[in-house]
Design a protein around this ligand. Structure first.
Ligand code: IPM
Ligand code: MN
Length: 357
C-alpha cells in the first residue's frame, strides 16, 4: 500500500525528531512492503518566517489531501512577542479545527525498565502506571469567545469555556469505546462544583454511560484528579476531560513516566487519518544539538500506523523496538539515571531502535 503523509517538521528540535520518525517509517515500509510518501508543509515559526503567518492555506491543503499528518513541534522565543493570532501555536489550533480532530489520545505508561526515572515513591510506581488521557481538542476555552475591553478597573481580558452537548457526547463516545477495549474503567474529569459547562459535561457523560454498561464510570473534580495522579496513578485506565484540563493533566501524567520526551499523541476525528505528534514542545534550549529524545515522535509514528492506517502489526514492531532498547539500557539525556551514562544522541537512539526493528 501507498500512504501519503503530510510532514510538518516545525521549530526547535522538530526537524531532528521528525527525521528520526521518518527513518523508522522508512524501515517499516521496507520490511512490510509499504510506501510512505512524505509531503513537507510549513507551520508554526518556520511558516511565520517564510509566509508571514503560522498556518498558510497551502499547508492546510497538503494536510487535507494526505492520509495522515506527522508533526514535530512548533514555537520558540523568536516568535514569543507576536500578537496572539500570529503566534506559532496558532498553527496547531488551526490544524486541529480545520481537520476536525476533536479527540486527542495521550497514553501515559511507565516502562518497568524506566521505573527509576519515575519521580514517585518506589511503592507507588510499582503498582504500575498505564493510562490514556482522552482530551477534547476542538472546543472549550481554547476556542471560546475571547477579547479585551475596558472596565471600571481598567483594561480587562476574558476567555470563555463553552461546550455543547454534541461536542461532549462525541468525545465521551471515543472514551467509552477506548475504555471498552482496555480495562473498562473511565474517569471523567470536570469542575462541576463550580462551572456550568462542567455540569452539562457530567450530565451528558452520564447519559451516554447507559450505552456502555460494561464500563465503570467515575466522576472526579479536576483539583482532586491532579492530586490522585500523584497519590495513586494505578487507579486510572482511561480519563476523559475537556481541552484545558486535558492539556494540564497530560503534562502531569507524562512526568510520572519519567520524561515528557517519551509520550506520543494521536489527534483524530470522525474519519480515518489524523495528526500525530509528541506531547512535548520544541525545546529551543537543546535545538540543533542532537540531544533530544526522539522516542515520543517515533511512538507518535507508531500511533499513526495503528490509528490512521490500521497497521497494527507494524505499529507493534515499532513499540516493541522502543521497549526493547529501553530494557537494554539505551538512554537519552532526559531519562539518564544517576550513575548510568553517557547519554545517547538523538541519532544514536534512533539507530538503536532501527537495529531492533
Ligand atoms: C499541547 C500544547 C498545545 C496545547 C499548545 C502548544 C497550543 O501544549 O499540544 O499540549 O495547549 O494544546
Ligand atoms: Mn500542552
Amino acid at each position: 500500500m501507498t500512504y501519503n503523509i503530510a510532514l510538518i517538521k516545525g521549530d526547535g528540535i522538530g526537524p531532528e525528531i521528525t527525521a528520526a520518525a521518518v527513518r523508522v517509517l522508512g524501515l517499516i515500509g521496507k520490511k512490510y512492503g509499504h510506501d510512505f510518501n512524505f509531503h513537507e508543509a510549513a507551520a508554526g515559526g518556520r511558516a511565520i518566517d517564510e509566509h508571514g503567518i503560522p498556518l498558510p492555506p497551502q499547508t492546510i491543503d497538503i494536510c487535507k489531501k494526505s492520509d495522515a499528518v506527522l508533526l514535530g513541534a512548533v514555537g520558540g522565543p523568536k516568535w514569543d512577542t507576536l500578537p496572539g493570532h500570529l503566534r506559532p501555536e496558532r498553527a496547531l489550533l488551526g490544524l486541529r479545527k480545520e481537520l476536525g480532530l476533536f479527540a486527542n489520545l495521550r497514553p501515559a505508561a511507565l516502562y518497568p525498565s524506566l521505573s527509576a526515572a519515575c519521580p514517585l515513591r518506589a511503592d507507588i510506581a510499582a503498582a504500575g502506571i498505564d493510562m490514556v488521557i482522552v482530551r477534547e481538542l476542538t472546543g472549550g476555552m481554547y476556542y471560546g469567545d475571547r477579547g479585551r475591553r475596558m472596565s471600571e478597573g481598567g483594561e480587562e481580558a476574558y476567555d470563555t469555556e463553552c461546550y455543547s452537548a454534541s461536542e461532549i457526547e462525541r468525545i465521551g463516545r471515543t472514551a467509552f469505546e477506548l475504555a471498552s477495549k482496555r480495562q473498562n474503567r473511565l474517569v471523567s474529569i470536570d469542575k462541576a462544583n463550580v462551572l456550568e459547562s462542567s455540569r452539562l459535561w457530567r450530565e451528558v457523560i452520564h447519559a451516554l454511560s447507559a450505552q456502555y454498561p460494561q464500563v465503570e464510570l467515575t466522576d472526579m473534580l479536576v483539583d482532586n484528579a491532579a492530586m490522585q495522579l500523584i497519590r495513586n496513578p494505578a487507579q486510572f485506565d482511561v480519563i476523559v476531560t475537556g481541552n484545558m484540563f486535558g492539556d494540564i493533566l497530560s503534562d502531569e501524567a507524562s512526568m510520572l513516566t519519567g520524561s515528557i520526551g517519551l509520550l506520543p499523541s494521536a489527534s483524530v476525528g470522525a474519519g480515518r487519518g489524523g495528526l500525530f505528534e509528541p506531547i512535548h514542545g520544541s525545546a529551543p534550549d537543546i535545538a540543533g544539538q542532537n540531544k533530544a529524545n526522539p522516542i515520543a515522535t517515533i511512538l507518535s509514528a507508531a500511533m499513526m500506523l495503528r490509528y490512521a492506517f490500521g497497521l497494527d502489526r507494524e505499529a507493534g514492531a515499532v513499540e516493541d523496538a522502543v521497549s526493547g532498547v529501553l530494557l537494554e539500557g539505551a538512554r537519552t539525556a532526559d531519562i539518564l539515571g544517576a550513575g548510568s551514562g553517557p547519554a545517547l544522541t538523538t541519532d544514536a537512539m534512533t539507530d538503536a531502535i532501527l537495529a531492533k526493528i
